[in-house]
Design a protein around this ligand. Structure first.
Ligand SMILES: Cc1cc2nc3c(=O)[nH]c(=O)nc-3n(C[C@H](O)[C@H](O)[C@H](O)COP(=O)(O)OP(=O)(O)OC[C@H]3O[C@@H](n4cnc5c(N)ncnc54)[C@H](O)[C@@H]3O)c2cc1C
Length: 473
């Protein structure tokens, strides 16, 4: 390690290499879910310094774990304890290199924070798609590497749909310059797609050219009670029929979360009195305030007439609009309850979301009657986040440490099977990381797993790029 450190220091300088106590902040993800170990963190400031790092680590036969904002939820950005890997943080590569409103494109370094891309895009009357609660910390390199989803997938698609081109440093130190802005290119394999969702296992993304969209500066949202959960899909269909492309979000929130957020986060005002089991948060967007409002009102009225909706409030000011979406950001149960939760980031076909949630709840409460079952999701994407506090009672429910492994194993196995029985995925938007590597083998055929292993071996035959993540060799 000393020799490795000396080589890195000589090449990257003091700003580029971190050792000792300062390494600690890189070893646990932002939410505190996953921890690992490393003795050295490298912080290159350029593609050339990434190349140099990759070559030095290869010389010393040391693995590299790329890290961006470290907000990932599956343990992808921290090295396994004892792996001896070096963390390569892209946080110093944080420049916006070019913004081209006419081509609807922006080129950035991998360490640019998502919020900074939004600000730059909005400044030239354009919109950037990738948006979720961690927008102030997650970085472009990490968002692309996990194929992040979030609040705008309904309108724009996932990160996979936002990337026009990439620059990547490969495990052998070569640079692949695929930094193109072409909208059409039918010249063969689309290699960038391998790195999107690749979780740093076959290369390090250093730059990205990303799509921008026409800015729809007017947002107006409605929080409403779901009157008939079984007909949630009709409610979504109605919003889509009325709003068309103007329907920019359709989120399912548990009533208990809507009530709990203002208690736990006093800066957020209770939006309405409600004892509903389920609520929806629906946003319409556009360039014309009157049109946006009339669409939202038409949706509200027709949903009431069809008895799909109960009580509802519609935002009447920017402050109310922001309050609703701050509330949404805080809906994940780990923000609201103490205790250890077991999580699923599931996707199922859009029209089967309610049936899936009902069966999932039945499954959990049959196995653990005292459990707290908590679910929310991006309904337009068929993406349901489920959190189960196996203890259930009290403030989120503590679990007896002696039987946690057994309980978790059974819950995971049964729920995974349920998700697959709907033709779904256990990794909708948070990625695989270390958390889902083994479980994923139940989702994919041997042929598919074999192709993935072959891709990994082709790029990284020595297994030095983020070992143990995404796919085992
Ligand atoms: C409050 C909160 C809300 C969230 N909501 C959502 C949500 O709605 N939708 C969603 O999709 N996600 C969500 N996430 C998860 C997280 O923000 C995303 O997974 C995000 O894409 C990770 O970005 P990051 O910069 O933090 O990456 P990191 O966590 O640092 O890394 C993620 C993975 O990418 C790899 N990686 C990082 N940088 C590079 C690079 N330059 N080249 C190659 N590989 C790299 C890492 O090795 C790791 O495997 C949320 C997280 C939090 C904390």
């Amino acid at each position: 390690m000393d020799k490795l450190y000396d080589d890195l220091l000589a090449t990257l300088g003091a700003k580029g290499v971190v050792q000792g106590n300062d390494v600690k902040t890189y070893l646990t993800d932002l939410q505190g879910f996953h921890s690992g170990s490393a003795e050295i963190v490298v912080r290159p400031a350029s593609t050339e310094e990434v190349v140099a790092t990759v070559k030095i680590c290869a010389k010393h036969n040391v693995a590299i774990v790329p890290q961006a904002g470290n907000t990932g939820l599956c343990g992808g950005a921290v090295p396994a304890a004892g792996s001896g890997a070096v963390i390569l943080s892209v946080s110093r590569m944080n420049q916006i290199l070019n913004i081209d409103p006419q081509c609807y494109a922006i080129t950035v370094e991998a360490g640019v924070i998502l919020q900074a891309v939004h600000d730059a895009a909005n400044g030239v009357d354009r919109a950037f798609a990738m948006d979720w609660g961690a927008r102030g910390s997650a970085m472009v390199g990490g968002a692309i590497s996990t194929n992040g989803g979030g609040l705008n997938v309904l309108r724009y698609g996932t990160a996979r749909d936002q990337v026009l081109g990439l620059e990547v440093v490969l495990p052998d130190g070569k640079v692949w310059n695929g930094l193109r802005t072409l909208r059409k290119d039918a010249s063969g394999y689309d290699l960038k797609q391998l790195f999107i969702g690749g979780e740093g296992t076959i290369g390090i993304i250093t730059k990205a050219c990303l799509k921008l969209h026409p800015l729809q500066p007017i947002d107006q949202s409605m929080l409403g009670e779901v009157a008939d959960f079984k007909r949630l899909n009709q409610l979504f269909g109605l919003a889509r029929d009325i709003g068309g492309d103007g329907l920019s979000a359709f989120e399912l929130l548990p009533g208990e979360g809507v009530r709990r957020v203002p208690q736990v986060k006093p800066a957020i005002s209770p939006p309405m009195e409600s004892d509903a089991e389920w609520c929806i948060l629906v946003r319409f967007s556009g360039r014309d305030a009157e049109q946006v409002e009339s669409q939202l009102m038409a949706f509200f009225q027709q949903a009431l007439d069809r008895e799909l909706l109960g009580n509802a409030i519609i935002s009447q000011s920017i402050a109310q609009e922001e309050n609703l979406w701050h509330l949404r950001d805080e809906i994940p149960a780990e923000n609201l309850y103490d205790g250890k939760a077991i999580k699923w980031d599931a996707s199922v076909p859009i029209d089967q979301v309610t049936e899936f949630i009902e069966q999932a709840k039945h499954l959990v409460l049959t196995l653990r009657p005292q459990a707290r079952f908590y679910a929310f999701g991006h309904i337009g994407d068929g993406n349901v986040h489920i959190l189960v506090f196996p203890g259930g009672d009290g403030d989120g429910g503590e679990i007896d440490a002696s039987d946690i492994d057994e309980i978790c194993a059974e819950l995971y196995a049964r729920m995974d099977q349920l998700i697959w029985s709907f033709g779904g995925s256990i990794c909708a938007e948070h990625g695989v990381g270390t958390e889902n590597v083994e479980r994923l083998t139940g989702q994919k055929s041997e042929t598919e797993l074999q192709m993935m292993r072959q891709i990994k071996r082709l790029f990284d035959p020595d297994g030095r790029m983020n070992p143990g993540k995404l796919i085992s060799m």
